[in-house]
Write a protein that binds this ligand. Structure first.
Ligand code: ADP
Ligand code: MG
Length: 775
């Protein structure tokens, strides 16, 4: 294959579909292809040797000639486009139109260079652009045509030039009817429009859309918001205006306005209601500052308290509050200032004419004011107070009645007993004076029997008062019942069958054995009395665990472990009324002489003092069950030594005993007993008097002391005595304990206790035992 022969280059030069011109360094035409000849109508021969501005004189001084010079002399290439340099070379298209062209100018070869000019025909492409642009205008028209808003174009005199279909819909005019008409047909010379028009023609934009009312063809009005702009075409000025329909918005605004008006009316009505309430209310109402300064009050203040509004306003609320209640007011005000929650409180307010009323307030702080409503609750408070007083009076009278019953009962019983004693002693005295001794012993026995009954009575009273000296120990109940079985059987008689249910494994109970025996005997006798024609008495024991407190009756039974003793009979039972009173002292349904009414009251006192409980169940005609709940004792039970019935009175051998007793007759008796026993006795009326003996070196084998002494009591005296004589044996004598005495908390090693009244035999044997025991 060989390269293109140079002789063919001329044919290529002429065959190119673009204009090609070659110039020499002086700008004279060297080459001019066939395309140039056709486009310019100048043949290659005619062009040869001439400069371009000679061929086309219109090119003289143009950018193209300058570009040629730059290319030839400076080696610079240039592109001259039709859009920047229209009509570069006067060429025509084949169709005879002006040819739109881009021209490139560039140097060829070394200096001095030739210049190649290439002309490209862009007529077709440019036309395509303009067609596109026209199409865009059409799209713009379509937008205007279909716009929902009326769009009008006016000329400078305000005549309608164009109108879109929305105009017809909006105003009822056909678009054609408006063309050439002044815009005043619609706007009727409204000042807002006149002003906007002046602004528009001056060339300034409208600051904001103008609100106008247009008149429709049918005479009705339409609210519009008009935006508009001025524009120019050639020398003419136009204004295009967009008219937006704001009727709906206007309607909504109107509705809102009307709503607001009715709202105001409704609020006004509500306020009037409230005002009526304020005026007519029977509650006192108040608006005050948070410091309590009154701002306004309602007329109820006048009706209820007698105060005028004029007096109240600007005065401190405290001035109308009772002195004692003012701190409560201050506290409430303080509270409300801190938190906005409503408060309820009661204050007594002073009345204008003296006196006061109880007002129950409900108040709330709102901003820096507080609003309060107060109800007059004086009547309720007075009723409450009256009720309280009545209750108190009732309680008092009940107490007095019970007390009267008690003292009356005691006095009656004691009189009987004293009559027996005094009478017997009178007779004895007379017999002795008369020297008749045969019957003396009988009357002495009668007197001492009465005295013993009196002692038993005081013991029962003390039991009821829970002031008896108790000696609680761990007791084996089954064993205890076994010990008095014989006595019980004899007490109830042969008509009554006695059944014992004493299961093994019973817990020991913490109680006073003597008192418990006494109680069981009492219960058995009550059972016997309830079964005059015979029946069955059941004495049963069991272990009981109360998981929860039992609130079955007036006194609750605490949860815990109990040893339970129940005594049931099949007797007459009790009515509800009787049952309610059985624990009352001296309450008895039995004939005089048979019942004391102290049995159950004593049992109640004793069991309660032992931290236990008593419950009674009874059905008329069926029988009664009494249950004693005694607290369980953890640990081994103590066996009681069998009671010694008869024991020869022991004799002493010169031992010394100190007797401290404030009652001279008791002191005399005790000393007498001691002397009879063969002891030396020292006497002291109180603790103070006993001290010298205790601190001396004199022999002392035992101190017998009363517990309730004036000054130093028996316990304190015992402590002092033990400091000097640590091994001194002490026997306490007591009849009554302020706080019931309990052996465990009181008696130490080498100490014993006897209770008054005591049998001289019992005292003597106790003293003997103590002295005989190893120190
Ligand atoms: P007293 O036995 O001296 O009357 P109590 O205090 O022991 O006094 O009893 C008071 C009253 O309770 C008795 O008079 C009797 O009415 C009633 N009462 C007591 N125990 C029974 C019982 N087991 N059955 C029926 N009534 C009883
Ligand atoms: Mg009884």
């Amino acid at each position: 294959m060989t390269r293109l022969e140079p002789q063919f280059l001329g044919a290529v030069f002429d065959g190119v579909d673009a204009g090609l011109i070659v110039l020499d360094p002086a700008g004279r035409v060297l080459g001019w292809n066939a395309w140039m000849a056709v486009g310019s109508g100048v043949s290659a021969d005619a062009a040869f040797g001439h400069r371009l501005d000679e061929i086309f004189p219109t090119l003289l001084g143009t950018r193209l000639i300058a570009a040629i010079t730059e290319a030839v002399t400076g080696g610079v290439s240039s592109l001259l486009t039709h859009s920047l340099h229209s009509g570069l070379l006067p060429l025509k298209t084949r169709a005879g139109q002006d040819l739109i062209q881009n021209v490139t100018v560039r140097p060829i070869g070394a200096e001095p260079a030739l210049c190649l000019i290439q002309i490209t025909d862009v007529t077709v492409a440019t036309e395509r652009d303009s067609i596109l642009r026209k199409r865009q205008n059409a799209r713009y028209d379509a937008v205007v045509e279909s716009a929902p808003n009326a769009i009008l174009t006016l000329d400078a005199s305000g005549m309608v030039q164009t109108a879109n279909p929305a105009v017809a819909r909006e105003f009822g005019y056909a678009a054609k009817e408006l063309l050439g008409q002044p815009i005043d047909v619609l706007f009727d010379g409204q000042p807002a429009w006149a002003e906007a028009w002046t602004t528009l023609l001056s060339g300034a934009p409208l600051a904001r859309p103008v609100e106008l009312i247009a008149r429709r063809k049918d005479g009705s009005s339409s609210f519009l918001e008009v935006s508009a702009a001025r524009w120019r075409s050639d020398t003419r000025t136009f204004v295009t205006a967009i008219l937006r329909d704001v009727n709906e918005r206007r309607a909504a605004e109107e509705a809102l306005r009307r709503l607001n008006q009715t709202l105001e009316r409704r609020v006004a009505e509500r306020t009037a209601d409230r005002d009526r309430m304020w005026r007519l209310s029977t509650d006192v109402m108040l608006v005050a500052r948070l410091d309590g300064t009154i701002q306004s009050t309602n007329p109820a203040w006048k009706h209820i308290l007698g105060w005028d509004e004029a007096t109240l306003i600007h005065a401190p609320l405290a001035a109308f509050v009772m002195l004692e209640d003012r701190p409560r007011l201050q506290a409430a005000l303080h509270d409300m200032a801190r938190s906005r929650t409503p408060r309820l409180f009661e204050l007594r307010l002073r009345k204008h004419d003296g006196g006061n009323r109880h007002i129950a307030w409900s108040a709330v702080a709102d901003g820096d004011l507080l609003q309060a409503v107060g109800r007059d609750v004086t009547a309720e408070r007075e009723a409450q107070a009256a009720l309280l007083t009545a209750e108190e009076a009732l309680r008092q009278s009940q107490k007095m009645e019970a007390l009267g019953q008690l003292t009356g009962g005691i006095a009656h019983d004691f009189n009987n007993l004293l009559t027996g004693i005094i009478g017997a002693m009178d007779i004895v005295k007379r017999r002795i004076t008369a020297g008749r001794y045969e019957d003396v012993e009988r009357f002495m026995d009668a007197a001492s029997a009465s005295a013993h009954r009196a002692a038993a009575l005081t013991h029962r009273l003390l039991a009821f008062a829970r002031r008896q000296p108790l000696d609680p120990q761990s007791v084996d109940i089954n064993h205890l019942i076994g010990g008095i079985e014989e006595l019980l059987l004899r007490s109830v008689g042969e008509q009554v069958v006695v059944e014992f249910r004493l299961p093994p494994g019973l817990w020991p109970a913490m109680t006073d054995a003597n008192q418990l025996e006494n109680a069981l005997l009492n219960l058995a006798i009550n059972g016997r009395d309830a079964m005059p024609h015979g029946g069955r008495l059941t004495i049963a024991t069991e272990n009981l665990v109360l998981e929860e407190a039992d609130h079955g009756s007036a006194t609750a039974i605490a949860a815990g472990e109990y040893t339970l003793i129940s005594v049931s009979d099949t007797g007459v039972g009790m009515t509800r009324e009787t049952l309610a009173k059985v624990f009352d002292p001296f309450f008895t349904t039995k004939p005089i002489g048979q019942g004391t009414g102290l049995g159950l009251s004593m049992i109640y006192g004793f069991v309660m003092q032992s931290n236990g409980h008593v419950r009674i169940e009874s059905t008329v005609g069926q029988g009664t069950t009494v249950r004693l709940y005694l607290p369980r004792h953890h640990g081994a039970s103590v066996q009681r030594p069998p009671q010694i019935v008869a024991k020869p009175i022991p004799k002493g051998s010169g031992e010394t005993v100190l007797v401290v007793e404030d009652d001279p007759s008791v002191r005399l008796l005790v000393s007498e007993v001691l002397r009879e026993l063969g002891y030396t006795s020292l006497e002291a009326a109180d603790g103070q008097a006993a001290l010298p003996v205790l601190t001396s070196n004199a022999r002392l084998d035992l101190m017998v002391t009363d517990v309730g002494l004036p000054g130093l009591n028996g316990r304190q005296l015992a402590e002092i005595a033990r400091q000097h004589r640590p091994k001194l044996k002490i026997l306490f004598v007591t009849g009554y304990a302020e706080h019931a005495l309990e052996r465990g908390t009181f008696l130490g090693e080498g100490m014993e206790m006897v209770t008054k009244p005591f049998a001289l035999d019992a005292l003597a044997s106790k003293i003997r035992d103590m002295i005989a025991a190893a120190p």
